[in-house]
Ligand binder design. Structure first.
Ligand code: PDD
Length: 276
């Protein structure tokens, strides 16, 4: 297995990460996850721009320009020849003795790998069950930071309780899920949380907004409450791996009729057409 480490494609076994990498000490880094469909990086430009923005907002200098990072990721994919799956890339602030402030002479460390993965078709077709949990994250959820403790804890709590996913709620407002955005449908209109500091600006979310416009389905980037969530006709999780996955149950209560709804099916068909 070949991975990209610093600026070289090398066998995975040859990677040696420093104990002084700030990714370890502080989760001091940013990342992105691309989807690979038909051997190509899906929405490559949007992911690269988001990675660049995350690094900028975290004040991490890119180890080399974003275009060159894009080329290196393509080289990695060409080498790995993954047809369907994901490409993970992260950039940490670099290696330096453990001090909290930015080290003076640290060079950011980039690593990336590809992974084969099947589309989660069972969940996409049949829907998932979700657990509502408080959003305990920081107030810059728009940065795709390596700090994932609240997401990891919430996801595990959902699984421990027999659910597939956790839906975050902050002061009665529904934000998103642990690794995907959320969309609800009420009387034919779709609602999703506005792209501000409370959510990650999902690439899939962007695609779905575009598709809804093309399909003539009204979509509002407007925050909605827990009460609106529980009274929604349909609820959907949208993300790189989830694509458009219907939520058919929340906290043990059925969403709408408790089945995959017509808008979810419509969006799924339109979404599949973007990569087929
Ligand atoms: N997660 N919200 C959060 C908190 C996320 O971590 C993600 C992505 C999304 C959806 O974004 P996109 O459509 O660009 O995948 C929303 C990635 C896949 C991950 O952490 O694995």
């Amino acid at each position: 297995k070949t991975v990209l480490f610093k600026d070289r494609l090398i066998p995975k076994e040859e990677v040696s990460v420093s104990i002084d990498d700030r990714g370890y000490y502080f989760g001091d880094g940013v990342y992105d996850v691309f989807r690979i469909y038909n051997g190509r990086l899906y929405e490559q430009e949007a992911h690269l721009l988001r990675l660049e923005r995350s690094a900028w907002e975290a004040r991490i200098a890119l180890p080399y320009p974003i275009r060159e990072i894009g080329r290196k990721l393509e080289e990695l994919l060409n080498e790995e020849k993954v047809l369907g799956g994901t490409l993970y890339v992260q950039i940490t602030r670099g290696e330096a003795e453990r001090i909290h402030h930015f080290p003076e002479r640290a060079f950011p460390v980039l690593s990336a790998f590809c992974k084969s993965a099947e589309r989660p078709l069972e969940k996409i077709r049949g829907g998932i069950r979700a657990l509502l949990l408080p959003d305990l994250r920081w107030l810059r959820c728009d940065i795709k930071s390596l700090n994932m403790m609240p997401n990891v804890m919430a996801k595990q709590q959902a699984i421990d309780s027999g659910y597939d996913e956790a839906i975050f709620e902050r002061n009665g407002i529904v934000t998103e899920c642990t690794s995907s955005n959320l969309l609800i449908a009420k009387e034919g209109t779709l609602y999703t949380h506005p792209a501000n500091e409370f959510i990650l600006h999902g690439i899939t979310r962007g695609v779905v907004i575009r598709l809804a416009a093309e399909l003539g389905v009204p979509l509002l980037e407007q925050a909605f409450t827990v009460e609106q969530l529980m009274k929604a006709d349909e609820v959907m999780v949208i993300g790189t791996m989830a694509e458009v996955t219907p939520v058919v149950q929340i906290d043990g209560k059925p969403v709408g009729a408790g089945q995959v709804g017509p808008l979810a099916q419509k969006l799924q068909a339109a979404f599949e057409a973007t990569f087929d």
